[in-house]
Write a new protein. Structure first.
Length: 457
């Protein structure tokens, strides 16, 4: 049997110390190298798995209580025509469920204990279309929410804080009271606890109160539901679908998706990801990208070369954001990004090689990005030439700018340009235009056109 040459060579130097004592150090180096690579790869896999698992777990628990999108009337008023709004929402092909609700705030009292509460009036028959709580409560509490009986389902932490259980009575105090000769008297209503729930998310378990939609309308003196909760086929497209609904729904309505409802949490997750990214970039051999072939010490000759199809080129940058504006400073991938993102979906590893002679895949400098609206995003900045690593090479310095336009949910157009001193490529500019089209879940096409003009090309 023919044994591969690579296996013979690896086996020889791994076991060198057992054959001769003078080669023992070679075996030691080989063992340490293999251990280092194994630990580096293990660290990469473990950190990414823990980070992604944490985000998914918290997100899933959060979305078990809240909906993907909420549509509601300004000022907490009742919807003018809830049935028309429901019909328009369900006409969107991305929507799989919709249900009316009433949102309000109140105080919940039991004896001398009093807690602030988020009151949500729901339709028990439709709740399963928009919430995972229905699966937990459908055989216990939800069927007991009957209009006119004023039953209430409490978050587990809220029930424990008030010291109540199923069958106990609590008093709901509405914020807007009745005006009497003696002054303003708050409206009070006694409710019966018919069940509790535990979503695993403390913010909602400690404050959320569920009761029948008709009972909530009577308590808060509303003529109907104040909003509609929506569930989507793909929760990651919540902002995009929200933008579509803002253009198709009739009347003066406000739209809020799940990412905006939990902006603080998502900011914390983004900070965590950036810190994890800095840690992961310390593992240089596994944080690979590709680029052109200059002679800078951080590029092809950086000592981490795995061949031209897999150059070591880690990103390292800091980023700050405020609203729709973000700015990054450091070493980062080009905004063009299509070829940079590897086909296997691994952000840190790319083994592709396209546009070998011209395309600026990586930059060192600063770049600001501004989201004008749901369709248009623009960017601009200053970078040190083209594929320069973490240093200025051949005096490069150029303007980087462009825009991304989402034509529709399946088609995106990107224009990007780099103009100035491109360093090792000389003075000039490169203009790139990319049109991507998703035809199905398994088939997409990309059309890219590049024009490079320099005094050396």
């Amino acid at each position: 049997m023919q044994i591969p040459y690579e296996l013979i060579l690896g086996w020889r130097y791994t076991r060198a110390g057992r054959a001769t004592r003078r080669n023992g150090f070679i075996s030691f180096i080989s063992g340490v190298s293999m251990l280092g690579i194994a630990l580096g790869v293990a660290a990469l896999i473990i950190v990414l798995s823990v980070m992604n698992g944490f985000q998914k777990e918290v997100r899933d628990r959060m979305l078990g209580v809240i909906s993907h999108i909420e549509v509601f009337a300004p000022g907490g008023a009742a919807l003018a025509d809830p049935q028309l709004t429901l019909q328009e929402i369900r006409a969107n092909p991305n929507v799989v469920g919709a249900a009316t609700f009433i949102a309000a705030q109140a105080l919940l009292a039991r004896g001398e204990d009093m807690k602030g509460a988020i009151v949500r009036g729901i339709d028990p028959a439709l709740e399963g279309q928009v919430s995972d709580l229905e699966a937990q409560l459908k055989d216990s509490a939800l069927p007991k929410l009957i209009a006119g009986q004023f039953g209430v389902v409490l978050g587990g932490e809220l029930a424990r804080a008030l010291g109540v259980r199923e069958g106990d009575a609590v008093t709901l105090i509405a914020p807007s009271g009745q005006v009497t000769p003696a002054g303003v008297v708050p409206r009070l209503k006694q409710l019966t606890v018919v069940g509790t729930f535990d979503s695993g998310h403390f913010e909602y378990d400690s404050a959320l109160v569920l009761l029948h939609q008709d009972d909530a309308a009577r308590i808060f003196r509303l003529e109907g539901p104040t909003g509609i909760r929506i569930k989507l086929k793909d929760l990651q497209r919540a902002r995009e679908v929200g933008g579509e609904l803002s253009r198709t729904l009739s009347g003066d309505l406000l739209i809020r998706d799940w990412t905006r409802q939990n902006r603080t949490w998502f900011s914390a997750v983004q900070l965590e990801k950036r810190m994890m990214f800095i840690i992961l970039t310390l593992n240089g051999r596994d944080a690979q990208a590709f680029g052109n072939k200059p002679t800078g010490s951080w590029d092809f000759n950086n000592g981490f070369d795995h061949g031209q199809y897999s150059w070591a080129f880690p990103q390292l940058y800091g980023e700050v954001a405020m609203g729709d504006l973000s700015t990054k400073v450091g070493h980062f991938y080009t905004p063009i990004g299509y070829e940079v993102v590897p086909s296997n979906g691994n952000f840190f590893l790319s083994r592709q090689l396209t546009f070998y002679n011209s395309e600026p895949f990586t930059h060192t400098g600063t770049q600001s990005t501004y989201k004008v609206n749901d369709k248009l995003t623009v960017n601009g900045g200053y970078v040190l030439g083209m594929d320069t690593g973490f240093e200025r090479f051949n005096g490069g310095g150029a303007f980087l700018g462009g825009a991304t336009y989402v034509v529709n949910e399946n088609t995106t157009f990107i224009y990007q340009m780099l103009s100035g001193n491109l360093g090792w490529r000389g003075n000039g500019s490169i203009n790139s235009a990319i049109l991507t089209r998703k035809w199905s879940d398994k088939f997409s096409t990309v059309h890219q056109f590049d024009v490079l003009g320099t005094d050396l090309a």
